[in-house]
Ligand binder design. Structure first.
Ligand SMILES: [Ca+2]
Ligand SMILES: [Ca+2]
Length: 414
């Protein structure tokens, strides 16, 4: 529609564009080039496509890949005979049918896990051959249980083989995003003779040996290694150039938007053991991010660390009740920007269609909000929604991924 003011408005826009260009050029001559190198933010299939299939199964990972996930996420724990298998916890009662195997009834036991007493079946009391007789079940209420009892528990080797074969089949590079679960716990597990079953860094060494064999010791490997603990990542930083991710947890979000920090979600467990007083939240301060940058390539904070939301008692979606979805979204906390300034990537979690989130009733809109904010990736149980949300973001980039990482050995001379 032509209006009388058409020409002046074009002129005004041109002047603004010229001034804007000059301002940008004067203030940040290097900035445009940096931005043009930006990669497409990644969608990580959280425990596979756990919204649709039992978590941590080859079938679930396959579905996540078919839905467009860039990375699949195996959480790793160790069996009695030292194999790395994909489970969210050393406890396997909630995610497998072990309770319906009478031959394993006497394996149910009580252990301390990161300071918490837990009664369950533990992966480290089973050989891999025994684990292979179990089948996965849907762990979360309200999700499809028709696949319960059908799929086996995969090893890391099988997850890697799947990612590689699917990469060939689809022509897309499917990455893996393994998490070392409970490093301190695994290092201190006792065998029958009361000696350490695995010992310090057995888990880390085993993982690196496998990853280096499959992908090489390279910053550009399609792999991120993640952990909630710190000292194991510091150890790994001296042994590998594969990117490392410091996960950052919390207990809950307070009404005013601040983080609630209650054990065992208050501190990395290796900090608890060493008496280091720093909390998870401390790792995201200016000083904390500098510390993380000394050994890791990315931070993986729980999403409320990135976007502040406030419970102000207003029913925003008008459904007659106040839930976390109604919270007022107060924008960035500044963590994403500060991490990026320090050269750390930001990957955040977890986005779920059936739980949605703080301040958002629409899970796809929620994920697009985080992508627009500038996160480099996010974990979702619903990879299809994650891909749609990413593709709708102003930060979506329709170019092949380029490796913009540097070998750690080039950056950390003594
Ligand atoms: Ca995980
Ligand atoms: Ca509501």
């Amino acid at each position: 529609m032509l209006k009388p003011c058409y020409k002046p408005s074009v002129l005004a826009a041109t002047i603004v564009a010229i001034l804007g260009f000059q301002n940008a050029a004067n203030a940040q001559p290097h900035h445009e080039g940096h931005e043009s190198m930006r990669n497409n933010p990644i969608v990580i299939g959280h425990r596979g496509a756990s919204g649709y299939r039992p978590e941590h199964t080859l079938e679930g990972y396959t579905l996540a890949i078919e839905m467009g996930a860039d990375f699949i996420e195996p959480d790793l724990v160790l069996t009695k005979d030292g194999h790395m298998i994909a489970r969210h916890e050393p406890m396997i009662g909630g995610t497998t049918d072990v309770a319906s195997h009478p031959e394993f009834a006497d394996r149910k036991t009580t252990r301390m896990l990161d300071g918490v007493q837990v009664t369950d079946w533990f992966a480290s009391d089973f050989t891999l051959a025994e684990i292979k007789t179990l089948h996965a079940i849907q762990a979360r209420a309200g999700r499809d249980k028709q696949y319960d009892g059908l799929f086996q528990i995969p090893t890391l080797n099988e997850v890697i083989a799947l990612a590689k074969s699917k990469s060939k089949e689809t022509g897309r590079q499917i990455g893996i995003y393994p998490e070392i679960k409970h490093s301190t716990y695994h290092a201190n597990l006792k065998g029958a003779n009361d000696q350490a079953l695995f010992g310090l860094n057995y888990f880390e060494n085993k993982l690196l040996k496998k990853l280096h064999k499959e992908y090489g010791n390279s910053a550009c490997a399609p792999v991120f290694i993640q952990s909630f603990e710190v000292s194991n990542l510091q150890y790994l930083s001296h042994k590998t150039d594969i990117p490392l991710v410091q996960l950052v947890d919390a207990d809950d979000v307070n009404a005013d938007g601040s983080m609630s920090l209650v054990a065992p979600y208050k501190q990395p467990y290796d900090f608890v053991v060493k008496g280091d007083q720093r909390t998870f939240a401390d790792l995201l301060s200016d000083e904390g991010l500098d510390f993380v940058k000394s050994y890791a390539d990315a931070v993986g904070p729980w999403k409320p660390y990135l976007v502040k939301t406030v419970d102000d008692g207003i029913d925003r979606n008008g459904d007659g009740k106040i839930t976390i979805n109604d919270r007022r979204v107060d924008g960035s906390t500044g963590v994403v920007e500060m991490a990026h300034d320090k050269g750390l990537k930001v990957h955040t979690w977890t986005f779920r269609n059936d739980a949605s989130g703080y301040g958002f009733a629409d899970p796809q809109a929620e994920m697009t909000y985080y992508f627009d904010l500038g996160v480099d990736g996010l974990f979702t149980d619903f990879a299809d929604t994650g891909v749609a949300a990413r593709d709708a973001s102003v930060n979506a980039v329709n170019e092949p991924q380029q490796c913009d990482r540097h070998d750690r050995k080039n950056h950390h001379h003594h």
